[in-house]
Design a protein. Structure first.
Length: 216
């Protein structure tokens, strides 16, 4: 039976698209860099920013480092609050806690921002731990954050842990640590991506996720 749940943040617990894309646009414009179309902007949601500015926008590493700085300058004061918890998420977390589950937030977003978001949108009371990336890049990938979460959880049997996320990085990062991933379709990914990367489970709505995790 699964009794430890690792929740991704963006696209899983909160709809953060507006804040992230606004900050990406801001960072690109400061370098007079072309702004990608809406579909490519959505691809910035989830992966580490340093990678996305290079792979999606086509920046050099040096330009991408500056873009991340500019992004964070806006995100840390404005962007992180251009956000909302998905309908039903608070009720789901409350029920899981009532059922005795251990709930972690496990995100590639910097940990200090993630803590502020969790507090602002009412997630904190239900989370046993918030694990995120470091601003210095030492912990950056989803796999690295999952390993951090396992350490903070006291190295539990991985068969008792389930990752919940909405992008391929959640699937691959958790799989590298021996953990199954439930992929949600209400976030920023697609069924095709979930199937291509062999998510253990796929659910369409917060309500379906709620019931799935109670029964997992």
């Amino acid at each position: 039976m699964k009794h430890i749940f690792f929740f991704d943040l963006d696209g899983t617990l909160t709809d953060s698209g507006e804040g992230i894309t606004n900050c990406v646009i801001h960072a690109l414009k400061l370098q007079n860099w072309p702004v990608p179309d809406a579909d490519d902007l959505r691809r910035f949601i989830g992966p580490p920013l340093i990678d996305s500015f290079q792979e999606i926008a086509g920046m050099s590493e040096q330009q991408a480092v500056q873009a991340v700085r500019d992004y964070r300058a806006r995100y840390s004061t404005i962007g992180l609050f251009e956000n909302r918890a998905y309908d039903g998420v608070i009720d789901m977390l409350a029920d899981l806690k009532q059922a005795g589950k251990t709930l972690f937030m496990v995100t590639s977003k910097p940990e200090e921002y993630s803590i502020r978001i969790a507090e602002r949108f009412g997630l904190s009371p239900y989370l046993d731990c918030i694990c995120g990336a470091t601003l210095d890049g030492r912990i950056n990938s989803k796999e690295a954050v999952v390993r951090l979460a396992l350490e903070r959880a006291g190295y539990p049997d991985v068969s008792t842990v389930e990752m919940i996320g909405d992008r391929l990085h959640d699937i691959e990062g958790s799989r590298a640590c021996g953990i199954d991933c439930t992929y949600v379709l209400y976030g920023f990914g697609t069924r095709a991506e979930a199937e291509k990367h062999h998510a253990a489970h796929i659910v369409e709505t917060v309500e379906a996720l709620h019931q799935h995790l109670l029964n997992l």
